[in-house]
Write a protein that binds this ligand. Sequence first.
Ligand code: DMJ
Length: 601
Amino acid sequence: MLRYLPDSFKIRRFTTRQLVAVAIALLVVLALYYNALPHYSDGRRWTPPPVAASRTPPAEWQRRADQVKQAFLHAYHGYETHAMLHDEIRPLSNQFKDNFNGWGVTLFDSLDTMILMDLNDEFRRALPVVEKADFMPSPNVTNKHVGYAPFFETVIRYLAGLLSAYALSREPILLQQAEKLGNMLSPAFDTPSGFPLFGVNIAQAQGIGSTTGILAEIASCQLEYTYLALLTGNKTYWDKADGVMQGLAQADLSALGGMMPRRWNVETSEPTDQFLSVGAATDSAHEYLLKQYLMTAKSDRTSYQMYLRATNHILTHLLYLSDKRGLLYVTDVSRPGGGPSHRFEHLSCFFPGLLALGADQLDLSLDDLDLSALGSEGLRSYEILKHYDLRALHKWAAEGLATTCYLLYADQPSGLAPDEPPPSAGNLWIAALERWREGGQRGSPPGLGEKPTVRFTEEELKNAKLRAIKAEWRDYYLQRTDYLLRPEASTVESLYLLWRTTGDPIWRERGWAIFEAIERETKTPSAYASIKDVLKSPAPQLDDMPSFFLAETLKYLYLTFLDEDPLPLDRWVFNTEAHPFPVFTWSSWEKEKFGIGKLPS
Ligand code: DMJ
């Protein structure tokens, strides 16, 4: 064939025989690859579809933000019409429920979102309700919380809702009510350790709960009580928040690499198990380590030390790569040295955003670490991590994890992610990273980069055998198929933080894809509904709309699509229910007005 080519085209360095050999070798490689792909029982091959990159014109983002605002209005007006003064609307039956004290949790949780969206009419209509709230036990509560206010939920939704709405509007009634509520909840701290109890019997001003507390519920009140102290000048609130942090910091966690486990004795402030995770029952405690440090303008060094220790352990012990797709995921262990469960809880999808935030706002250096507090396990992690730029490592983990979280959405026919942790199996990320580093860091770090979606077709959904073949390629199974309008399960919290910290529009686009799925699958004539089965489209709906849908999910989506950032990350910190608090400026007007000088610097 070479004969017929003009001289200038001839490849002179190879003989025809050599070229034929190369071509055969290529064919063999292609055939092997083709055979390795999953295939249907009738012999058809299946290839993952390519990931589409999109470029959205800037004006379109404003339109998208407006659409989220309309979604908020639809949901909130439904609540106002059918469930006002109760906690949540039932979006299918247009009934209501009182599952969080019966004081109107949806209204309190929505206040700051209204302000951010310039919904003045709704905000003005809400203020008289806030003003009238006496925070006493409501006869309407019929669920497990009868007779007491659950401390954690009341702090993160009601107290934080009031405080952040105050921060954004300076309406005095909001602060007055925040102080009243913060005070009424204070009996929860009446334990020998100062760790809060599970709930408060408000009528009797008494904390109630077992001696064993859950980490997330003990350690997710520092932002709220510290900010309340700042605003009121009442140092007692600071003492309560700081008491929790100091108690946790003094526990001997050397066997756990410095990471806080799930259960604690609220009398002795000692851990009572060795379960390490960033999922349910632990999540926001890790979140508050970083955020307390940031909110106090990087003065709460105890929190920072604990954040460094916890993330060092997570990076080296809890991050795994799935077998086929190389999906990065974070899992849990029930004791040090024990094998990982390989569960990847969808609730953990707040974690990539947290890592991105830390890497964006901090220098993140191992030089800051107090080595004497590490213990042998922590020192082992330190020895590995010292070869890396810690900030880069946090960023890689954030991007890899956020991609996996997004794929759990994109993989489903409804475009919505399942709530329950899909079990998986894989290998330690840090080991793969070490091989990549020792091999000269060629290509992107393991777990990063574009990954194709693996979606079931209609045909596969009907046929269990076909579905099983495809499922294997996904690297995870669905234990539960419901979607509860969560911000973590929606991944939107992390997508927002990844977008703001990297500036890469892919994260924004992913947020939009998720919003479109929410609109398509969860909207009802009066509000939005949780979903029973994400494998179906149209997806069967549940008669629930949790208040965090308005507080978190829609707020993060709105902020993701806005071009102007009203809450720059160096000036605002979100609590675990997405309520923003300002980063303290120790010399601001607050200092004079509320006596911030009383707080330790
Ligand atoms: C929210 O109430 C908070 O984010 C909490 O920390 C755990 N998750 C729910 C929403 O899913």
